[in-house]
Design a protein around this ligand. Structure first.
Ligand code: DMJ
Length: 627
C-alpha cells in the first residue's frame, strides 16, 4: 500500500498518528471478535445466537453415548412401540425446548406457507377437488413412455421362466387366500394360530395386508382377489382412527399402497383415500425445524418422538423416506403443502454439516442438529439414501439437489463404509463416530439395487465402477444366504472374528420374510440380464417354500442356520407387497412396470415418473380442445 504525504504533517508525525489509529482499530476488532465469540457460550434459546450463528453451529453435534445407539439398532417397526411412559417423557422434554426455541428454527427451514396450510390452520380442510394444476389420470397416462403392464403383462417367452413366474403367483394367491380366510381386515395373518394380528404401528388403521397387496394382485392379474381388496377399501377402510401410528410405516405402506393402486387402475377411490390420509400426517411436521416426529396420533394430530430414540430425536430413515409419496400427494391434490414439507427436510439436510460427508441416523427435530454419530446403510438410515436417488429419477432427472446429495453421500459411503473381507467379499460396515462395526444387516442388502439403478447417472468415469459395486454387494448378500442351512439369510451378518457373511449372535439368526436381497436380484437382473440373478431368485423361492410355507400361509423363521425350523407365526405385509412382487418381476419381461416410467417406493409400491413438461403440454392441449 502507498501512503501519500498529507500537507503540513511531518513524516514521523504521520507515522505516529497512523500507529495510534492502528492500535485503536486493533482494539476495536478484538472487542468485536470477543463479543461474537461469546455468542457460542450463550444457551441455544437466546435469540441473538440464533440470528448470528447458522443452525449447524448452534450445538455440539454429539449428544448421548454410543451405547445408547447400540441398544436401538433395529428399525421401529421391528421393535414395536415402546412404553407410553418413555414416550410421554420425551414429549414434555421437547415441549420445553420448543418453547425456549420460540419457533425461530422453523422460520429458518420452512418454505413460505401455502394457502392450503393457512386454511388448514384455520380449521378448514385442504382442497382436494381437482383444480387446473391437478394431474388428471388421462394426462398422466399419456405422459408414460410405455404401457404399465407391457405387451402381454410381462409374460416371459421362455417356458421355464414362465413356469417360475406362475409359481410365484401361486405363492401370492396362497398367502392372500389364507389372509382372507383367517385374518380379513386385520393387519397381518398369524399363519400358525390362524388368526389376525393388529399390532400398534398403524395407529388403529386396519387392513395393512390388503393395502400392501393391491398393486401386487393387480399386476399378477389376480382379478377376483384385487376386486375383493378394492371393495374392502371402499366399504371398510376407516381413516378416522384415533391411535398412535408410525409416520414412516403409514406413509410407505398405506399412502404408498393407495397411490400405486390409483396410478395403476385410475380408481378415484384410491386417490381420495391417499390424500385424506396424507392430510392426517401433516401435524407431525409441526416442530421448530419442520423435521417431523416419528409417532403421530392420527385422530388428535399430537406427535412425539420414539421413546427409545435418544434425546427425543427423529430417525433419518423415517423423515428421509417421505419424499416420493408426498410429491405425488401434491400432484394429485393440487396442494403444494406436501412438497413444501419434504423440500424443507431436504433443505435442512443439505445445509447441515455432515461428519466426513456422512448422514448420522438421529437428528433433533427441535435444534436441527445431529444427535449421536452413528451411520448405517441398514436399519435407521437405509431408505433415506434410496429416496435421494429415486427422487431424482422420479423427477424425470430434473431434481438436481437430490442428485448431488445422493452422489455426495455415495462417495462418503465408499470412502468410509465400504470394506473388503479377507475372503474377498465387499460389504458395508456401520460407522460409530469413526469406529467401524464390521456388520451388515439384511436391510442394507437393498443397496445393491440402489447403487445399480443410480449407476448410469453417476460421473461418466464412475458408471462401470458403480455397477460393479452394486454387483459385488448383491453377491455378498447372496453369500449370506448360501452359508445357512435353510438357504435364507440372517437378519445381520458379520465380518470379524473369522466370520464371513455369517451371523455370530443368536439374536441375529432370524429371517422374517424380508425382501431386500431379492429386491437387489430384481434390479441387477433388469440392469445386466445376467441369468445368475434369476437362479438366485429361484433358490430363494425354493427355500421359502421349504421352510416358510406352512399349512395356512407363510411364516418367518427364528434360526436360518438350523433345518428344524421354528416359525415366528407372522406373515408380514411386506412379504406380499415386496418379496413376492420383486420375485414376480424378476421372472417377468422388463416391460412389466418399465423402470423408465416407474420408481418403486421403499415398500415396492410403483409410482410414476413425473414428466412436468409433458403434463403441462397435455394441460395446454386439453384447454385448447375445450375452448
Ligand atoms: C419394508 O417395510 C421396507 O422395505 C422398509 O424400507 C424396510 N424394510 C421393510 C421390509 O424388510
Amino acid at each position: 500500500m502507498v501512503f501519500r504525504k498529507l500537507p503540513g504533517v511531518s513524516a514521523s508525525g504521520m507515522g505516529l498518528r497512523l500507529s495510534q489509529k492502528f492500535v485503536f482499530l486493533l482494539f476495536l476488532s478484538g472487542l468485536v471478535t470477543l463479543c461474537f465469540g461469546a455468542l457460542f457460550f450463550l444457551p441455544d434459546s437466546v435469540r441473538l445466537k440464533r440470528i448470528f450463528l447458522s443452525k449447524t453451529e448452534t450445538q455440539p453435534v454429539t449428544v448421548g453415548s454410543e451405547n445408547d445407539a447400540r441398544v436401538h439398532l433395529k428399525r421401529p417397526k421391528d421393535q414395536g412401540m415402546t412404553s407410553s411412559l418413555s414416550r410421554k417423557q420425551s414429549v414434555s422434554h421437547e415441549a420445553t425446548e420448543e418453547r425456549l426455541a420460540g419457533g425461530r428454527a422453523q422460520e429458518e427451514f420452512t418454505l413460505p406457507r401455502s394457502r392450503a396450510e393457512s386454511a388448514s390452520d384455520k380449521g378448514t380442510s385442504l382442497d382436494h377437488g381437482a383444480n387446473s394444476d391437478t394431474v388428471t389420470y388421462k394426462k398422466f397416462r399419456r405422459c408414460l413412455l410405455k404401457p404399465p403392464l407391457g405387451r402381454d403383462n410381462g409374460k416371459p417367452s421362455d417356458p421355464k421362466t414362465d413356469e417360475r413366474r406362475e409359481k410365484v403367483k401361486e405363492m401370492m394367491k396362497f398367502a392372500w387366500d389364507n389372509y382372507k380366510h383367517y385374518a380379513w381386515g386385520k393387519n397381518e395373518l398369524r399363519p400358525l394360530t390362524r388368526n389376525g394380528h393388529i399390532g400398534n404401528m398403524f395407529g388403529g388403521l386396519r387392513g395393512a395386508s390388503i393395502i400392501d397387496s393391491l398393486d401386487t394382485l393387480y399386476i399378477m392379474g389376480l382379478k377376483e382377489e384385487y376386486n375383493d381388496a378394492k371393495e374392502w377399501v371402499q366399504t371398510s377402510l376407516d381413516l378416522n382412527s384415533n391411535g398412535e401410528a408410525s409416520l414412516f410405516e403409514v406413509n410407505i405402506r398405506y399412502v404408498g399402497g393407495l397411490l400405486s393402486a390409483y396410478y395403476l387402475t385410475g380408481e378415484e377411490l384410491f386417490k381420495n383415500k391417499a390424500v385424506e390420509l396424507g392430510e392426517k400426517l401433516l401435524p407431525a411436521f409441526n416442530t421448530p425445524t419442520g423435521i417431523p416426529r416419528g409417532v403421530i396420533n392420527l385422530g388428535s394430530g399430537t406427535s412425539w418422538s420414539w421413546g427409545w430414540a435418544s434425546a427425543g430425536s427423529s430417525i433419518l430413515a423415517e423423515f428421509g423416506t417421505l419424499h416420493l409419496e408426498f410429491v405425488h400427494l401434491t400432484q394429485l391434490s393440487g396442494s403444494p403443502i406436501y412438497t413444501e414439507k419434504v423440500m424443507n427436510i431436504r433443505k435442512l439436510l443439505n445445509k447441515i454439516e455432515k461428519p466426513h460427508g456422512l448422514y448420522p441416523n438421529f437428528l433433533s427435530p427441535v435444534s436441527g442438529n445431529w444427535v449421536q454419530h452413528h451411520v448405517s446403510i441398514g436399519g435407521l438410515g437405509d431408505s433415506f439414501y434410496e429416496y435421494l436417488i429415486k427422487s431424482y429419477l422420479m423427477s424425470d432427472k430434473t431434481d438436481d439437489d437430490a442428485k448431488k446429495m445422493y452422489y455426495g453421500a455415495l462417495e462418503a459411503i465408499e470412502a468410509n463404509l465400504v470394506q473388503k473381507s479377507p475372503g474377498g467379499l465387499t460389504y458395508l460396515a456401520e460407522w460409530r463416530g469413526g469406529i467401524l462395526d464390521h456388520k451388515m444387516g439384511h436391510l442394507a442388502c437393498f443397496s445393491g439395487g440402489m447403487i445399480g439403478i443410480g449407476a448410469d447417472d453417476g460421473a461418466p468415469d464412475k458408471r462401470q465402477h458403480y455397477l460393479d459395486l452394486a454387483a459385488e454387494i448383491t453377491h455378498t448378500c447372496h453369500e449370506s444366504y448360501t452359508r445357512t442351512a435353510t438357504k435364507l439369510g440372517p437378519e445381520a451378518f458379520r465380518f470379524d472374528g473369522g466370520a464371513e457373511a455369517t451371523a455370530t449372535r443368536l439374536s441375529d439368526r432370524y429371517y422374517i420374510l424380508r425382501p431386500e436381497v431379492i429386491e437387489s436380484y430384481m434390479y441387477m437382473w433388469r440392469l445386466t440380464h445376467d441369468p445368475k440373478y434369476r437362479e438366485w431368485g429361484w433358490e430363494a423361492v425354493e427355500a421359502l417354500e421349504e421352510h416358510c410355507r406352512v399349512e395356512s400361509g407363510f411364516s418367518g423363521i427364528r434360526d436360518v442356520y438350523t433345518m428344524t425350523v421354528s416359525h415366528d407365526n407372522m406373515q408380514q405385509s411386506f412379504f406380499l407387497s415386496e418379496t413376492l412382487k420383486y420375485l414376480y418381476l424378476l421372472f417377468s419381461d422388463d416391460d412389466l412396470l418399465p423402470l423408465e416410467d416407474w420408481v418403486f417406493n421403499t415398500e415396492a409400491h410403483p409410482l410414476p415418473v413425473i414428466r412436468n413438461s409433458c403434463l403441462q403440454e397435455e394441460a395446454t392441449q386439453d384447454k385448447t380442445v375445450s375452448e
